[in-house]
Ligand binder design. Structure first.
Ligand code: AMP
Ligand code: MG
Length: 390
């Protein structure tokens, strides 16, 4: 049995960065930038008013000053003339500030009668002008690699970048195994349950920017499992779920070996998730996850996410644990690293009493995995412990 860190080392060695592709900006969210994106222009491209008011000379921005309105500048429509002494131009937010003006007095500080305005409140020192290039200049870059957030997409759009170069989405084949499984929405027989972690893993893979495919459920016989592996051909990562223990019906190891799996490891000293398997199958990396729903999801967070991140060019992203104080005591740990389902709130962490690896209700309430090293002694309330957020 190897440690979690050794398993991660071996898994990351199985995953290579994928080639890049160009996608339209509307498909860029969640993808990982493979080449720096370079701004095509300054933003704003001109000095722009940040308020509705009157563009004037700052030297004249004083209480009781009277000025003559000579024109108007709105967003998208500049005023072509020049603001001279004693003059003002009506201006709106986003409009270019006319030549000659270097101050916008806000409309609330002005009284207007016909073409004449009077400044009726102390206008202050804030010019209410956004200088050209205040946000970014032509040539400003967003550097790669970077997983693009909604904010990044807005910034890219503002830079007039309509297409980005990103890592190709990893193709992931998800093979659920078991005679007992049916899909959500189907009508389960009396001895059947619903395939659940398959859908949790699919959701996780979607959020990581992968392209997961849920394959038909493989039944607990060699032919069915072989068919599933064949359907997985072409994937960058093949994930099996279940069938990985040493029970009579646990066939994944043997069938995968028949199909050419070069195994890197089998069994990791962790709880939940001990019967984890990994290796190379032709071009693809293969991960055999345990079937218990919580085990599969925890292994998804701890192992599958870093593998996907490596494939999309983010390098080694294994989670760096955070620290919190224990709100309630916990018992000593056994010989394997334990990822306890827990809640972190205001810097305090509480592990759930029920830690069985089949309890999805508990996992769904957890926002953290409290990490217990092997043989960790009993811990008291107030002790510092490590966790990874979920
Ligand atoms: P196994 O590793 O095949 O022995 O499965 C361990 C446990 O996980 C058994 O109780 C299975 O019924 C359950 N299980 C296996 N695969 C899934 C799945 N995709 N969704 C939910 N439960 C599963
Ligand atoms: Mg099974």
């Amino acid at each position: 049995m190897i440690s979690v860190d050794e398993a991660l080392d071996q898994l990351l060695a199985l995953a290579s960065p994928l080639p890049s592709e160009t996608v339209p900006l509307i498909q860029a969210a969640g993808r990982v930038l493979a080449e720096a994106a370079v701004a095509m222009r300054d933003q704003p491209p001109f000095a722009a008013s940040s308020m509705d008011g009157y563009a004037i000379k700052s030297a004249e921005a004083e209480l009781h000053v009277q000025l003559k309105v000579i024109g108007e500048a709105a967003a998208g429509h500049r005023f072509d003339g020049r603001v001279g002494a004693g003059q003002a131009v009506r201006i709106f937010t986003g409009a270019p500030v006319p030549d000659g003006a270097d101050f916008v007095v806000i409309q609330e500080d002005v009284e207007r009668k016909g073409d004449l305005i009077t400044i009726i409140a102390e206008p202050g020192d804030k010019p209410n002008i956004r200088p050209a290039g205040a946000d970014f200049n032509k040539g400003t870059t967003i550097d790669a690699p970077r997983r693009l957030s909604a904010q990044d997409v807005a910034l890219l759009a503002s830079m007039n970048i309509a297409q980005v170069t990103v890592a190709r989405k990893p193709e992931v084949a998800l093979i659920s195994t078991g005679d007992e499984l049916v899909l959500p929405g189907e009508d389960p027989g009396p001895d059947q349950i619903i395939a659940s972690n398959t859908f949790g893993l699919k959701a996780m893979l979607d959020s990581l920017g992968a392209h997961p495919r849920i394959l038909p459920i493989a039944r607990d016989n060699e032919t069915s499992l072989k068919t599933a592996f064949k359907l997985a051909e072409g994937a960058d990562l093949v994930i099996t779920i279940g069938g990985a223990s040493v029970g009579d019906h646990d066939l994944v190891g043997d069938v995968a070996a028949d199909m050419g799996l070069e195994r890197s490891f089998y069994k990791v000293a962790m709880r939940p998730g001990k019967p984890l398997m990994a290796g190379r199958m032709g071009q693809a990396a293969m991960i055999g996850l345990p079937g218990n729903p919580v085990s599969a999801m925890v292994c998804g967070h701890v192992f599958v996410a870093p593998v996907i991140n490596k494939m999309v060019g983010l390098g080694d992203t294994r989670p760096a644990p955070l620290t919190a104080t224990l709100a309630e005591p916990i018992r000593e740990n056994g010989p394997r690293t334990h990822y306890m389902r827990a809640v972190v709130e205001n810097g305090q962490v509480t592990a759930f009493d029920r830690q069985d690896s089949s309890l999805l209700t508990v996992l769904a309430q957890a926002n953290a995995l409290l990490i217990r090293p092997p043989k960790d002694p009993a811990r008291a309330a107030g002790d510092m412990v490590r966790y990874i957020p979920l």
